[in-house]
Design a protein around this ligand. Sequence first.
Ligand code: PPS
Length: 298
Amino acid sequence: MERKILRRDEVRKFDKNVKIHDVLFMGVTLTPVFLTEEWHNFEFAEEDVLLVTYPKSGTHWMMEILSLIHCRGDPKWVQSEFIWNRAPWIEVDECFNHLKKNKCSPFISSHLPIQFMPESFFKSKVKVIYVIRNPKDIIVSGYLFWKGVSYAQKAESLDQFYDWFMEGSVPYGSWFDHVHGWLSMREHDNFLLLSYEELKRDLRNTVKKISQFLGVELGLEAIDLVLNNCSFQVMKNNNMSNYSSIDESIVNKKESPIFRKGVTGDWKNHLTVAQAETFDKLYREKMKDLPSELFPWD
Ligand code: PPS
């Protein structure tokens, strides 16, 4: 991909939603600093841990788990620091600035497709955790979330959002491309692939796997503390993680809570049989080059 480098004042001119290199991005809060020189020259530190997800795959859950592992289960940090400061989104302007000035943890989050990573990333050995989720659940979660977000392009119905998702005309682009891009790193020893489904199925062992990957030793008591403090209900009530401080005019939290249902397989309550079948057909076609064992919903 030929990357065009822009000046900061140029990137400010983007409208609400914009396609960059064929990937849809939301303007307004999400200024694409990642097209600037500053981004291009951003250096990852050796000790950084990059959490990458396609939207609605369990990002916030993993941010909380990482924060808790970092503190060996002690919830003080997750109860006193906003989640977006603990693991700043590298592509969000304010977070990018925060990252450079007051970095308070090794964690960085991103929804970006791999081709938008700064050049230094590809030379670094930064640890990457990539979380995937059943894309049919992502469709439902995404539709219900984006319709309450002021700066997002709102679908009139789930049917319309489903069509956009199939075409890849949703924020951060095609799920299929995102997964293909990041899974190209799956043989690297600094890459850990996890799924929302395995977090749901066996959180204890998944937390152990993550702590081993991070090189953090956790005793039994610490693991219990991590599990208790990252539960759906505890997170939903944690004002540092639940977006309660975000203005209703930006995210309508009644209509679109970030902690909505927190289950697997909710797509069965929303997609029609025909939609699920058409999706499965496209999925088989697009994913045939990747081993199906990677995907716990197959
Ligand atoms: S975002 O906006 O893209 O960053 O959203 P993301 O955090 O990736 O995904 C939101 C979905 O994750 C669910 N969630 C959880 N499930 C189980 N346990 C915990 N602790 C948890 N925290 C968040 C959240 O409810 C969203 O899924 P849905 O299906 O909409 O409920």
